[in-house]
Design a protein around this ligand. Structure first.
Ligand code: SF4
Length: 474
């Protein structure tokens, strides 16, 4: 596994690499503490890049000292793809700049979405807060073990979606009790209303797992508890740090009131897999054959097998370009595509040949979950060719083309696909300037001349819709 790029350790800690994170200890404090305990996998070059996975379902942590170092970014891109593939459900905790570089480096990373923004904070000087509430803060006690385990279980489930066993929770709570690192807010009658933990990472101490019981929220317990724990950390001569979810402005404001200031940001990214089940059923009920693929490369491989020794016509398409389908199919088929005009032929001649081919391949501008397939065209060779005249038509659909219903799919075709195509082609239309929406122009270079809607597969020829779990084309 990328031995020349990284050393790979399994089920062990890596204290040596801990020091590499010194300059970025606050945003990467979780990674630093993971490195200090046995991890499932660590890949490191011991200088400028670390990839570390503690255990599933937790995210893979990725640190890169210099995101402008192309060689390191390439190595990280290869390693992640091989060891922690997104299609296997792994998520990554990663800096935004490194994410940008990965997306520039490799199309594989284009279709990932940021599921959570992580803000990191440090506290140098504590502020007085004015949120009076009943009860008080203190260390959690051994006799509260059962209650603490139940709260620990519920907090993990609510905050991370992970359901731990009671034994696991007990082990974690016990470790904190032994280390005196678990704190609670007890209300007026001595019941636990909120909990949080702290853990040392070098010269810092990280406050984590801040959780208020559902029926005790909005009473000021959490802010008072965090303030109390931050003070105990400062009294130890350490610097309090914490992470927050960027989507919760209310809790971020609370931490700022205590005196925490934001010093970094990371994000959690994953590949959100769209469920094609309902759409596949709908299209099949209309009479289409439907095939589904995780990646464009897999779909291209499938089409390369299916289409052999045929004449093939392609419609104008960024999707087909991204799939490199012309290059694959033309090795064993005769493919006509006006985006690859052979010497001595005109664009019109190529389009006409494509129109008469045995097989026609096109992407679409919009596909409604209710089954309508929409295309907009300028020369209209594509919309005409889809409708009639071939043995078989393949319609290739990246998941970004799918919309809820006919109106949304039409809106997407007119206001997303067409303006972006106009921008790409550099035509003189108002939409090409910003690529933001359709202005229903009267420009001589207007691209939108014909609209086709398939309510179902035409009665002659076979029609196959190829659904791909990637964003492809416009
Ligand atoms: S009609 Fe004109 S403004 Fe609207 S998308 Fe087409 S080219 Fe752009």
């Amino acid at each position: 596994m990328n031995k020349k790029d990284f050393e790979h350790y399994q089920n062990q800690s890596d204290e040596a690499d801990f020091a590499l994170l010194k300059e970025e200890m606050i945003p990467f404090s979780v990674l630093a503490s993971i490195l200090q305990s046995p991890c499932t996998d660590i890949f490191t070059n011991h200088q400028s890049a670390i990839i570390c996975h503690s255990s599933s379902p937790h995210p893979v942590w990725i640190w890169c000292k210099d995101v402008e170092n192309r060689s390191d970014v390439d190595s990280i891109a290869r390693c992640l793809k091989e060891a922690f593939p997104l299609e296997s459900g792994y998520s990554y905790n990663i800096g935004y700049e490194l994410l940008d570089r990965l997306q520039e480096t490799d199309d594989y990373y284009k279709n990932i979405t940021v599921s959570m923004g992580l803000l990191s904070y440090r506290l140098d000087e504590i502020q007085r807060i004015n949120y009076p509430c009943g009860g008080g803060a203190g260390e959690a006690r051994e006799e509260e073990l059962e209650t603490l385990c139940r709260i620990w279980h519920d907090s993990c489930l609510e905050m991370t979606g992970t359901e731990h066993t009671f034994e696991h929770c007990k082990e974690r709570v016990r470790a904190h009790l032994e280390n005196h690192t678990l704190f609670v807010w007890r209300d007026d009658v001595g019941e636990i209303a909120a909990i949080t933990a702290k853990g040392r990472v070098g010269e810092y101490s990280k406050i984590s797992g801040v959780y208020t019981l559902p029926d005790q929220r909005r009473k000021g317990y959490a802010i008072n508890l965090v303030s109390h724990v931050a003070k105990t950390i400062l009294d130890e001569g350490l610097i309090p740090i914490l992470y927050t979810n960027a989507d919760y402005p209310a809790s971020n404001d609370c931490y700022k009131k205590i005196g925490f200031r934001q010093v970094g940001s990371l994000c959690t990214v994953r590949r959100e897999i769209m469920d094609f089940t309902g759409l596949k059923c709908k299209l099949e009920s209309l009479g289409y054959r439907v095939t589904c693929f995780d990646t464009a490369a897999e779909a291209a491989g499938y089409l390369d097998q299916q289409i052999d020794h045929k004449t093939v016509g392609f419609g104008g398409s960024v999707t087909l370009e991204q799939m490199k389908l012309y290059e694959r199919l033309s090795r064993h088929n005769t493919v006509d595509w006006h985006q690859r005009i052979p010497e001595g032929m005109t664009s019109r001649e190529v389009r006409m040949k494509a129109n008469g081919a045995e097989i026609y391949v096109s992407s679409v501008n919009g596909l409604a979950e209710t089954g309508e397939i929409i295309n907009i065209d300028g020369n209209c060779n594509r919309v005409a060719s889809i409708f009639y005249g071939h043995e078989k038509v393949y319609l290739i659909v990246g998941e970004n083309k799918i919309a809820k219903d006919y109106d949304s799919a039409l809106y997407r075709a007119r206001n997303v696909a067409s303006p972006l195509n106009a921008k790409r082609l550099g035509v003189k239309t108002p939409c090409a300037v910003k690529g933001d929406k359709c202005y229903n122009c009267n420009s001589p270079e207007r691209l939108c001349r014909g609209l086709s809607v398939l309510w179902g597969p035409p009665m002659t020829g076979e029609f196959e819709v190829v659904l791909i779990h990637e964003k492809l084309g416009y």
